[in-house]
Design a protein around this ligand. Structure first.
Ligand SMILES: [Zn+2]
Length: 323
């Protein structure tokens, strides 16, 4: 538990996933396919030279992929590290397959075809691997999370996402989530699509589906603690001046937002203000700092305060206009 608190929740989920057994042959290929779609890069040169490389920030994920490739396909990726000047000089692991090994991989993912002369050609640039079995769907979601997923610390809020670099990946994820009865949403961030889940239950289900049972338990624990803390705060606020003041302010804010909603509709507000308004109405007991952390793109306490002030200004202006 203590170690979990020191590292991020998402890192804990990743650690749990990379320790899972590689699984059945069909599942190994599904996970390889997901990691290829999220982190793989194809490169060509003259003379039929092909390489597939994977860039992974988490050394544990790189190790798992290395083992999957070796075990399932009998190939030997080369491993090296690069230091990016971006991201605070974080080290990135690069796994590379070239020549016959690269072709073995592309073959297994149905990306190549052989012509009459026995020459191998690339058929498509996206892996195709039918995932009709439930075991494989789980493996794919897991691989995609290891390659391009993250989850918010449940202390702060409930948000779980896979970045989908291309539309094929987004479609694949959508299809698999539908088959798994998990309601998902899509939004665009910096021109790239993000498939995400909201809600504690949906996120717990997704974690369980990927095989992260311990993380589900950790999340449930946090959820219970949060509920208990909120109840304690509510009880303490009855006689504590500070808590009372905070709740007073929160109530005034909620009232102002209700007035805006009544008189002009929240939909008339810019999206950032709409989100803040909705969060305040849904969480009357939380501080502005906590609301800021719950936003789709989290903001600091002062950022949240700024948005709230704009909402209060709008409400005040509405009132002035009336008198
Ligand atoms: Zn399978």
């Amino acid at each position: 538990m203590a170690t979990r608190e020191r590292q991020s929740f998402a890192a804990g989920v990743r650690q749990e996933l990379i320790r899972l057994p590689a699984g059945k042959s069909c599942c190994m290929l599904s996970e390889i396919s997901a990691l290829t779609q999220t982190s793989g890069h194809l490169a060509f040169r003259g003379g039929g030279w092909i390489s597939v490389s994977y860039r992974l920030e988490d050394a544990g994920v790189a190790r798992r992929l290395f083992q999957l490739l070796k075990k399932r396909l009998g190939v030997n990726p080369a491993l090296h590290f690069t230091q990016t000047s971006r991201l605070g000089g974080r080290r990135t692991c690069v796994l590379t397959l070239t020549g016959a090994d690269a072709r073995t991989l592309l073959d297994a993912l149905h990306m190549t075809e052989t012509d009459e002369a026995g020459q191998i050609h690339l058929k498509r640039t996206v892996p195709r691997h039918p995932m009709t079995r439930q075991c494989c769907r789980r493996a794919f979601l897991r691989g995609a999370f290891l390659g391009a997923g993250t989850v918010t610390n449940p202390e702060k809020g409930y948000h779980f996402e896979w970045k989908a670099e291309d539309s094929h990946l987004r479609q694949n994820l959508g299809r698999l989530l539908e088959k798994s009865d998990l309601p998902f949403h899509v939004y665009t961030r910096y021109g790239k699509e993000v498939v995400y889940l909201k809600g504690a239950q949906e996120i717990a289900d997704a974690l369980a589906l990927m095989g992260a049972g311990h993380s589900v338990l950790a999340m449930e624990n946090t959820r219970i603690q949060k509920q208990m803390r909120a109840a304690a705060v509510r009880a303490a606020n009855c006689d504590e001046h500070n808590g009372e003041k905070m709740l007073d302010a929160a109530q005034k804010q909620a009232e102002a937002i209700r007035q805006i909603s009544l008189k002009q509709g929240l939909f008339t507000l810019p999206p950032a203000l709409q989100e803040m308004a909705r969060l305040r109405l849904e969480n009357p007991e939380l501080s502005l700092k906590e609301l800021g952390e719950m936003m789709e793109k989290p903001v600091t306490k002062s950022g949240a305060g700024n948005r709230m002030k704009r909402l209060m200004d709008i409400a005040a202006r509405m009132e002035e206009d009336e008198t």
